[in-house]
Ligand binder design. Structure first.
Ligand code: PLP
Length: 460
């Protein structure tokens, strides 16, 4: 990372803070920050170190539209990562802008102590697209809270405590969800959380057995983990449909059906995390799990649900929701402006039929990435569904040693080519692409040609 520079050069006006000390207030406004370097330096000085941006020279973004973002110096980038798969219908979509502006002018905040039309409209809309009998929702402010709510609901309904999650899963940054997360680098070493065990991630590319035995191998492991590391009465099995941070790991075709049989055999619920894979992203269906023909008991949602507004949602069957009578409130959960963003986003998604668009553009993207795999021997696998496509980098295809170093260089090279993509995988060795679901065929072609140029830069 580049060295931190100090700001500001000129002392500004002062006032007295609560400790009685004089404090410089001239840096508080954006006007006082003169350059990207100054802004980055101020970021480093005044934000916790965990608020860590990508890139040796972080991007200071100023504006965006559709799949284009511009930095403060006016340099434009094609954004195929969408703020971690979140600007699902493109940056600053006009329908979302006008819905939130109108709602803010009318009623900006209530808390969950009052009923509002936008929150009810959003809950009804989710019930309309969710699989099976999932029809009762609660809204929160993030994916982390959506997962927390799902676990609370499962524990209250079953009267049980233990959760069986998957290795390589990412669930959030609270105490519980960071313990459910199974990447050493993303877990907070804080202790104090009990009752979470982890089965093997159903990761076909790194399966130690042949394709024929892959599902059996991972299901046997799931059973063994329950039998050996729980008291045999788990509250729930918890999994992302496609492990996002894990590197877009797609489980084998019959994995979830068999996992559902296993957890239900032990009397537990099935919770599916669609924070990344939901809302049409996997192509052809609204939720990723529908590809496996399984009806989960609870689904967690966030990210793309509101095109960038901070919304988490947890949906379940009525009898499971009934078990959670409270006490609980959420000050910002179901906020009318955030709900207006959900309703506008879902309205556009339906009008544009994003599941179909994601399937078509996903096929185009996948074909282009497969060509790169044929060309560069350090691409071990291209995988994913719809507009959630990953490229796993290896030192060589026989040994499959993860190549995090090249992935780091490729991330930087893509930026040099004016392209934003993400990284994932246990070692940061998987490139992740997940653009707006309204991305056009031309924009995918442009992304592929920029990504190809980036691959050429790091080849050899
Ligand atoms: C699958 C999954 N679940 C939960 C979360 C947590 O969401 P948030 O960052 O909104 O708290 C994430 C975030 O990346 C995620 O990818």
């Amino acid at each position: 990372m580049s060295e931190v520079q100090t700001v500001p050069e000129t002392p500004g006006p002062t006032e007295t803070d609560h400790t009685g000390q004089a404090t410089d207030i001239s840096t508080e406004g954006a006007d006082a920050v003169r350059s990207a370097a100054d802004t980055t330096a101020a970021h480093r000085e005044h934000l916790f170190p965990w608020v860590r941006p990508y890139y040796a020279e972080p991007l200071v973004l100023a504006e965006a539209e559709g799949v284009r973002v511009r930095d403060v110096e006016g340099v434009e980038y094609l954004d195929l990562f969408a703020g971690i798969l979140t600007t699902s219908i493109g940056h600053c979509h006009p329908a979302v802008q006008s819905a939130v502006t109108a709602q803010m002018a009318k009623l900006g905040h209530t808390s969950t102590l009052y009923v509002t039309e936008p929150q009810v409209e959003a809950a009804v809309a989710l019930a309309g697209i969710a699989p099976g009998d999932l029809s009762v929702s609660c809204f929160t402010n993030s994916g982390t809270e959506a997962v927390e709510s799902a676990i609370a609901a499962a524990r209250l309904y079953t009267g049980r405590h233990e959760i069986v999650a998957l290795r390589l899963g990412y669930s959030g940054r609270s105490m519980l969800t960071s313990h459910m997360t199974a990447h050493g680098g993303w877990r907070l070493p804080l202790g104090g959380v009990t009752g979470v065990v982890h089965a093997r991630s159903p990761y076909p590319f790194r399966s130690p057995v042949g394709e024929e035995q892959t599902t059996d191998f991972f299901i046997d492991d799931l059973v063994e983990v329950i039998e050996t590391t729980t008291g045999g009465k788990p509250a729930a099995f918890f999994a992302e449909t496609i492990q996002g941070v894990g590197g877009y790991i797609v489980p084998p075709r019959d994995y979830f059906q068999r996992a559902a049989e296993v957890i239900r055999g032990f009397g537990g619920l099935m919770i599916i995390d669609e924070v990344q894979a939901g809302f049409g992203r996997t192509g052809g269906k609204w939720f990723g799990i529908e590809h496996w023909g399984v009806e989960p008991d609870i689904i967690c949602m966030a990210k793309g649900i509101a095109n960038g507004f901070p919304v988490g949602a947890t949906i379940t069957r009525p009898e499971i929701a009934e078990a959670w009578q409270g006490p609980s409130i959420s000050t910002f959960g179901g906020n009318p402006v955030s709900m207006a963003a959900v309703n506008a986003t879902l309205g556009v998604m339906k009008a544009e039929d994003v599941p179909v668009r994601a399937r078509e553009r996903g096929e185009q993207l996948r074909t282009g990435l497969e060509r790169l795999r044929d060309r560069f021997p350090w691409i071990g696998e291209v995988r994913g569904m719809g507009l959630m496509q990953g490229v796993e980098l290896v030192e060589d295809r026989a040994g499959k040693a993860p190549d995090a170093d090249r992935a780091g260089r490729l991330t930087e090279a893509a930026k040099e080519e004016g392209l934003l993509v993400g990284r994932g995988g246990l070692y940061g060795h998987v490139m992740r692409i997940g653009p707006s679901l309204l991305v056009t065929a031309d924009e995918i072609d442009e992304g592929l040609s920029r990504f190809t140029a980036a691959c050429e830069r790091v080849d050899g």
